[in-house]
Every structure is written in C-alpha cells, then in structure tokens.
Design a protein around this ligand. Structure first.
Ligand code: FE2
Length: 397
C-alpha cells in the first residue's frame, strides 16, 4: 500500500546503497549580501549592458526601491528604460505588454526588481526575447523551439518566492495558473540584497516566508528530490523555522531579513530542481480564480496536505526532525508536523478559505482544476484522488 503511493527515495545518513543519479541546475551566478545591489554595474560588465530594461511594479517604483537601481545603472553609463506595470499575480497579457515594450526599445539586458510576480515576468521577457510568436503557444511546454534570450538579472525584494533561483515562471491565463520556461541557455544572475526586503510590510513578509517554508517541505519530500536538492531543502527548512518567528516582533531587523532571504534562496534552488507538490497544486486555483495571495493560500493548505503526506509517507519527512531527535520515524514526523503547525499559529496566518470569499459550493470545481495540475500532483510524496482533494479543500475551508 505505502509502496504504491509513496516513493522511497529519502535515505538516512550513512546509506550504503548505490548513489541515486540526478542532475542539478542553479543560476549562472548568485551574489548575496546587504548592499550587493550597488555592485550591479560591475556584475553586469561581462554582458552588453548599454541598454537595460528594468522591470518592476508600481509600488516598488513609488517606494523608491526600483529608482535606486536605475540610479546605480545610469551612473555607470547604462541607458535604462523602465517598465513598472507588472501587477500582483500577472496575467499573460500583462507580460506580453512588457515583452512588446522590450522589443520596441531593443534592450540588451533585462533586470527584474521585485517579488515573485516581477521576477517571473522578467524571466519570461528575457527568456523569450528572441521568440516572435505569441507566448500562449508556449504555455506548459518545455523549451520547445525557443531561440536564445537575453541575460537576466534578478533582484528580489521579498524573501519567499525563490523566483531568483527557479527557471520557470508562472502567469495567469484564463483564470488558470500556467507555466512558461524560456530558453535554457541564457544567463540568469541572482543579486540578492536583503536590504531590499525591508520595504515589505511585515504581514506580506510573513506570507512570503510561508511560501518559502512550503517550498522547503514540498521539495524535500518530492518524488523528484535528489540528495543534492535535499541539502538545500533541509537548510532552508532549518533557517525558516529559526528565523521566520522573529519576523513577527523584529520585522525591521536586517539580520532577520537576511536570514530569511538566504532561506528563500535555498528553498528556491531546492524547488527549482525537485519541484513542488500538492500544496502548490491546490493553491494555484485559489490564486487564478479568486486571487488569494500565493503565500496565504499555501499557509491555509499546508497543514492539511502535510498531515496526509506524513501519514502516508513518514520516511519522507522524518529526517527533517531535529538532529538530536533519536526517536522513531513516527515520532519524528509528528514533531515536524507539530513544529510547522506551531509556527503557523505564532505567525497567525489565515486558516480558512471562507475568509477570502471562497464559497463551499465552488470546492468541486477548484478540485477539478487542481487535479489537472499533474506536474505537481505526480511529484507529491503521496497520490491524491479528486475526492481526496475535495476533502483537503473542505478541511481548509
Ligand atoms: Fe510557491
């Protein structure tokens, strides 16, 4: 029974069996640290940086975060054109407008300054810069016939999405979350300046942190997880459990923000390689149809999916228990579930879908859509039927 619904790839330390084969992708370069954004011109020197497209959102433009980057680039001699109309949870049409803007201005480099929505948009615009047809034909395909794109520099202003480390990008199209992956050979450089995350209100910082937590947990237990991806998942989980609670009381503390930025990066690397799971599959219809913020949707679904996953696949989670926990697998898993539930309680994240206007009668259609997101459900530690998914939404309602 367990073997049919749960992969058994998670191994304990000292496992003497033959190593599992795996591949691993990571951005071409990662530059991390408070103030590192000031080095952007130097980091871009290897690429043609004459005309730069800076992509951001209206809030970051008004808050002065994006203009700081414009000033740094302009002072170094780059010509910068700015597109600042990326909304939260962007639609394909929003990104297409940005792609047209890039083509009109004949830019050589794309810089994204923002949260996951902006960074994903920057990846699409840069990754598909050489692709002349509408992007709708590329939704949910894997790099089919995409010519080389432009260099992409990603400067996250949130600590959560990990979009600076993932190859794919999510957009909404016809009320559904769809995925795009651009040309796989263009350089992507992550420039993570934790001072940028200080512009984020605490409640959004917490929601982003829960997204990173979900990435760590889902990637750790994913069917596509590898020994290397688990290194990142585990360290991300450890950092998040230690540094997300202090965000509640010390939201302006740069050290707290830095630790969470580091955790989100590791979780992003992990999920880029191992993939996410059922929490994300169930969260996407809530974002696409009802515009529930991604991190909040994850927070409401995570405890329920985690309970089910752990019950079916305890080995997939036991190694996340504290290093000095010498108890059996069941007790270790229970400790992980308890720790996650306790953390969500401390963070006081929303617990009911009804708080966001989700009507109970819509659950079957939400479940029907979630059930079609096979790349996530088939990667989840245990299999979920459509009826299981209905039950999960009801538990979270
Ligand atoms: Fe996510």
């Amino acid at each position: 029974m367990w073997a049919q619904s749960c992969r058994s790839g998670v191994r304990s330390e000292g496992d003497s069996r033959v190593s599992q084969a795996f591949s691993f992708r990571i951005p071409e370069a990662i530059h991390f640290g408070p103030g590192v954004s000031q080095r952007l011109p130097e980091l871009m020197r290897a690429y043609s940086s004459q005309r730069v497209l800076l992509i951001t959102d209206p809030g970051l433009a008004a808050a002065g975060v994006a203009p700081v980057v414009v000033d740094v680039l302009t002072a170094a001699g780059s010509e910068v054109v700015t597109f600042q109309d990326i909304p939260p949870e962007p639609h394909l049409a929003d990104v297409e407008r940005c792609r047209s803007f890039a083509a009109q201005h004949d830019v050589a480099v794309v810089v994204g300054v923002g949260g996951g929505s902006v960074l994903d948009s920057a990846k699409i615009v840069g990754g598909f810069a050489g692709y002349c047809k509408p992007l709708v034909d590329q939704l949910d395909r894997e790099d089919e016939g995409v010519p080389p794109g432009l260099p992409i520099f990603l400067l996250p202003t949130t600590a959560g999405s990990g979009a600076e480390a993932t190859a794919g990008a999510i957009v909404t199209h016809r009320e559904r979350k769809r995925r795009l992956t651009g040309c796989p050979v263009q350089p992507v450089v992550a420039v993570i300046d934790p001072t940028f995350t200080r512009s984020l209100p605490p409640h959004i910082a917490i929601a982003c942190g829960v997204d990173a937590l979900t990435h760590a947990l889902e990637s750790y237990a994913a069917r596509r997880a590898s020994p290397m991806s688990r290194l990142y998942s585990r360290e991300a989980y450890r950092l998040i459990m230690a540094w997300l609670p202090p965000l509640v009381a010390n939201a302006d503390d740069l050290n707290v923000r830095s630790k969470m930025a580091e955790a989100a990066l590791y979780a992003g690397i992990a999920v880029a390689n191992a993939g996410a799971g059922a929490v994300h599959a169930l969260a996407y219809p809530l974002g696409g149809k009802i515009s529930v913020p991604h991190g909040i949707a994850n927070a409401m679904l995570l405890p329920h999916v985690l309970q089910q996953n752990v019950a079916a696949c305890p080995e997939a989670y036991a190694a996340l228990a504290q290093e000095n926990d010498a108890r059996g697998v069941q007790e270790q898993c229970a400790a992980v579930v308890d720790a996650v539930q306790h953390l969500l309680g401390v963070l006081a994240t929303p617990t009911g879908l009804k708080e966001f206007g989700v009507e109970e009668c819509t659950i079957p259609s939400l479940a029907a859509e979630a059930y079609t997101i096979r790349r996530l459900l088939d990667n989840n530690a245990r299999a979920f039927s459509r009826a299981d998914i209905v039950a999960l939404y009801q538990a979270a309602w």
